[in-house]
Design a protein around this ligand. Structure first.
Ligand code: 3HC
Ligand code: NAI
Length: 647
């Protein structure tokens, strides 16, 4: 395959890159572009060059699969310099996304023209690195330090119109990108050329500005090093010469590329991309999904309806009676109102989301649903009654799913006519926000029904992970072990606040106890009580002692901690200390924050190992995805299995 081909429109050469799937800058492409510059420099009939890409996107970056290998020339920074030094002006014609090395190549060009809706960005910090081919050095010279700091340290791409406003692209065109870029090139040839970006001046803000940025980024980064190292590169770029800044950026890039954080982030990057299309389902066609339905409009049901509507599916919502229907719709409206308030949806979009929902209590409305997701109370008898009705009301080929957290899906499906269409789809709260979807087939589930679960995840933009049947599936089972280990530390005399602080320092947004106070201790308590009532031997937990004393978390003014009215910040609690006093070792174990984190993440990995041995998870990276996307495990540590070297 020719990755780079050269065509002509009279005196304008068209260099087309074709390196599917995303035109990543592997060695062959770098060499092809280098050769194209040489060829076109030597051709006197060419006055300008348009660089355009075939397929779904402009160059989406360096080839990440090459990162573990020794670099082979031509190196990307040299290529970008070579394009910039070309005898004829190059015009990058951008569709899809110009990311990382792709945007760096575009900055080597004299001009950048973007198709409407395209985006440009430097997402390297998301891979634990900094841009390595002048992104931190040319961006401030192109668009100023402030835009560069935002682009590089957040890693979030800018859409074409915003990019144009900041000077990152010179023009935005609609319709035919190649024609637009050629017209732009012809016009540009009639005017004096701007200097190449490397020769443009840059003004550094005062030292105080940099210090403020550093503080803000450190707060956001929670232990992730790349964003701060990127800021350092940008400061060097603003204060030193182009050559000095290039050398500094390159050294930082090479250093970080070999770091543990970068390896962890690459692991998650590839795991996320592999998750939606598991190998064991290749060739299995999913059932069509045109109309969905949700039973139960509570916390989860309303969130699932919102997620389905975000993906454009019409939804039928079934509740118990007219009052419950009204409450379910109110729950949905409050989710949509929240999205409008946060600027995620316009009023009109929120109205359209709502207009696509038909709500009622008559199961006859489900006759044409392709997929029904049950999200009613977590009680076997209630769920079974729902599926008995679904068995009668739905088409025999409709996929019927349960969102149960802990019940055995096999028991829920007992007696259902056509059990091959039944599956567990475990969403996480809030269901329209959280990316994780555990997909739980029963032994009877048909392969195309399982494939439909994955197809749904793709449609909703979720990260699907297949889980086998056990209490809590993958995520909640590991959560239970994690909490038990945290309680074991408390019993050994480690202060509750020290445990939470250690996990925050490890990169979690919250520690295990403050998280329970936020979510409520009573949910897990009731589940344990249920198991005890069913005759299981469930030892008393410290959480049980607190709930029995009325301490259910923030909603009761206290749980593991105390909370002042209207204040969500946890305060160590004398009441908790006295309730638990009899359970805590007299001579406390003095653990460092690191030892605490090692104990707790080690317990997660140990449970993960059991889960793998039992076949509940198919591979270690699935467990890592569950923890990163469902439970706040720091992405840059790669998940509990990766962190323990269990890959
Ligand atoms: N290198 C190698 N493979 C890549 C890749 C890259 N940079 N980017 C994507 N891919 C692969 C994916 O693994 C996937 O492979 P598969 O089909 O075998 O599973 C395939 O391309 C398609 O990827 P997506 O499923 O993500 O495709 P989408 O169409 O949904 O998204 C995209 C396209 C927005 C370009 C998205 O792939 C993306 O964000 N890619 C990463 C971009 C990035 O991080 N670039 C910076 C790289 S680092 C760099 O450039 C360093 C430089 O400064 C020196
Ligand atoms: P909820 O109590 O907020 O909502 C349940 C809804 O089901 C109520 O609106 C109720 O009116 C309705 N309902 C009850 N019986 C019904 C019936 N026969 N027909 C129609 N509607 C009926 O409960 P929540 O939190 O939404 O949980 C629902 C399910 O999702 C449970 O199985 C739960 O374990 C699971 N789940 C909950 C999560 C959470 O964080 N809340 C996370 C993941 C799963």
């Amino acid at each position: 395959m020719t990755v780079v081909s050269i065509g002509r429109q009279d005196d304008i050469a068209i260099v087309t890159v074709n390196n599917p799937p995303v035109n990543a800058l592997g060695q062959a492409l770098r060499q092809g572009l280098w050769d194209a510059v040489e060829t076109l420099d030597a051709d006197p009939s060419v006055r300008a060059v348009v660089l355009i890409c075939a397929g779904r996107t402009f160059i989406a970056g360096a080839d990440v699969t090459e990162f573990g290998k020794p670099p082979v020339p031509p190196h990307l920074p040299d290529l970008v310099n070579r394009i910039e030094a070309a005898a004829k002006p190059w015009v990058a014609a951008i569709h899809g996304s110009a990311l990382g090395g792709g945007f760096e190549v575009a900055m080597g060009c004299r001009f950048r023209v973007a198709l409407e809706g395209a985006s440009v960005g430097l997402p390297e910090v998301g891979l634990g690195i900094v841009p390595g081919a002048s992104g931190t050095v040319r961006t401030p010279r192109l668009a100023g330090v402030e835009a560069a700091v935002e682009l590089v340290t957040t890693g979030r791409p800018f859409k074409a119109d915003r990019a144009q406003g900041l000077g990152l692209v010179d023009a935005v065109v609609a319709g035919d990108l190649e024609a637009g870029a050629v017209a732009f090139a012809r016009k540009a040839l009639g005017q004096p050329l701007p200097p190449p970006i490397s020769a443009r001046p840059v003004t550094s803000p005062a030292a105080g500005w940099w210090d403020d940025q550093r503080k803000a980024i450190a707060r956001r980064a929670k232990g992730e090093v790349a964003p701060l190292r990127a800021l350092d590169c940008l400061r060097v770029a603003a204060e030193k010469t182009f050559a000095e800044a290039m050398a500094h950026e390159r050294a930082t890039f090479l250093d970080l590329r070999a770091s543990d954080q970068a390896a962890a982030l690459r692991h998650i990057f590839f795991a996320e991309r592999a998750a939606p299309r598991p190998a064991h389902l290749s060739g299995v066609e999913a059932r069509p999904l045109r109309r969905a339905a949700v039973i139960g409009g509570g916390t989860m049901g309303a969130g699932i309806v919102a997620a389905l509507r975000d993906a454009g599916l019409p939804v039928t919502l079934i509740e118990r009676d007219a009052d419950a229907v009204a409450r379910g719709l109110a729950n949905l409206r409050s989710i949509l109102d929240g999205a409008v308030k946060r600027g995620k949806l316009t009023e009109a979009q929120a109205e359209a989301r709502l207009a696509g929902v038909t709500a009622g209590s008559d199961y006859a409305a489900l006759a044409d649903a392709d997929l029904v997701i049950e999200a009613v109370f977590e009680e076997l008898s209630v769920k079974r009654a729902v599926f008995a009705q679904l068995g009668k009301a739905c088409r025999p080929d409709a996929v019927l799913a349960t969102n149960t957290s802990y019940l055995d899906p096999r028991l829920i499906a007992e007696g259902l006519p056509g059990p091959e269409r039944f599956i567990g789809l475990h969403f996480f709260s809030p269901a329209n926000v959280m990316k994780l979807l555990e997909i739980v087939p029963t032994p009877a589930t048909a392969p195309d029904v399982l494939a439909t679960g994955f197809a749904l995840a793709r449609q909703l933009g979720k990260i699907p992970v297949q889980a086998g049947i056990c209490e809590g599936f993958i995520g909640n089972r590991i959560l239970k072990r994690y909490r038990a280990e945290a309680e074991a530390l408390v019993r050994q005399g480690t202060p509750i606040a020290a445990i939470d602080a250690a996990m925050r320092a490890h990169g979690f947004a919250m520690g295990p106890f403050e998280a329970q106070d936020l979510g409520g201790l009573d949910i897990a308590f009731l589940q344990r009580e249920g198991a005890r009532a069913a005759g299981q031997d469930v030892p008393e937990t410290l959480g049980d002692i607190l709930v029995r004393a009325g301490r259910k978390g923030q909603k009761t003014g206290g749980g593991w901690y105390d909370y002042a009215p209207g204040d969500r910040s946890p305060k160590p609690s004398a009441a908790t200390a006295s309730l638990l006093a009899g359970q805590i070792a007299a001579s406390p174990a003095e653990l460092t924050a690191e030892e605490i984190a090692t104990r707790l993440t080690g317990a997660m990995a140990a449970e993960g190992q059991l889960i793998l041995t039992e076949g509940i998870a198919l591979k270690p990276s699935d467990i890592d995805l569950v923890e990163v996307h469902g439970y706040g495990y720091p992405r840059w540590r790669g998940g509990p299995m990766f962190a323990q070297g269990l890959r």
